[in-house]
Design a binder for this molecule. Sequence first.
Ligand code: DGY
Length: 325
Amino acid sequence: MKPKCVVALGLPDDIIERLATRYDVAAWTGSDAMSQQQLSDALAGAESLLCALSTPVTATIIDQATELKVISTISVGVDHIDMPAATRRGIPVGHTPGVLIDSTADLAVALMLASTRRIAEADQWVREGQWTQGWQSDLLLGTDISQATVGLVGLGPIGEAVAKRLKGFGCKLIGWNRTSRVIEDVEPMALDQVFEQADVVSLHTALTKETRHIASRERLALMRTGATLINTGRGLLVDEQALIDELGSGRLRAGLDVFREEPLPAHHPFLAMKNVLLLPHVGSATLSTRSAMLHRALENLNAGMSDLPLAWCANPEIYHGESKV
Ligand code: DGY
């Protein structure tokens, strides 16, 4: 009998067929994300779980899945998985670092340019038939990224890739990191100073207990009037209500790919605001990046099912036995 593998998200048929050659696959085909009850039911008797950000894997889910040997997420972030619970059970959690740096950095820069040059607003304006006069001297004026100070919050691989791209635009770069990591051409500064001095603040730090609401109400209030906040990391890095207040007053602009709640609920205040650009969490959404992520996730899954160490493991301490109960 083949071991059971739960696939908690829709995947192309050829991937499911490939998995089915080795496993008894229970693949989610619903149009909404799997509910906690559906996930828990599906995991009965399952030894492996292939999942992504839309499926929270809580301690309760992990504790109930008594046969589970490996969790493999198609993401670099693991904040949707209760890592201490998985580690306590000795379950390795595979993730996909390294392959989405460039596509996420590209998207952050695209959001910066689109926000500062009001690209979505201008496109909508043309489609609405408002372009009735020719060239107008004061039409949809934005700001120049080349003259901006850009503040990077998080100088890991994605922050560094964003800095590399921005150097070409000639802007001044300042940055803060949780550790003392320094990047060439990025002037290190205290976190509050980054918010205070930048025309564009871009968030590139992982979501942890310490970084939750790193863009707090107080720090957003420090930002210059007319400045832009870019978030391609995680929604919870930002105090979303505080950002709604700042955007509502017209003081700030924002370009967001991630939100406190995803999908963004209908009637969310952002939807009625022109000074915020909204994307549906597509930082890694290029064909080659998604295929590389999937490749790593499948490799992790197969390794875990063969009792081999995962090549990209988010809780490598389990291999040394320190965290096993
Ligand atoms: C990740 O992998 O964590 C990204 O947010 C998905 O694009």
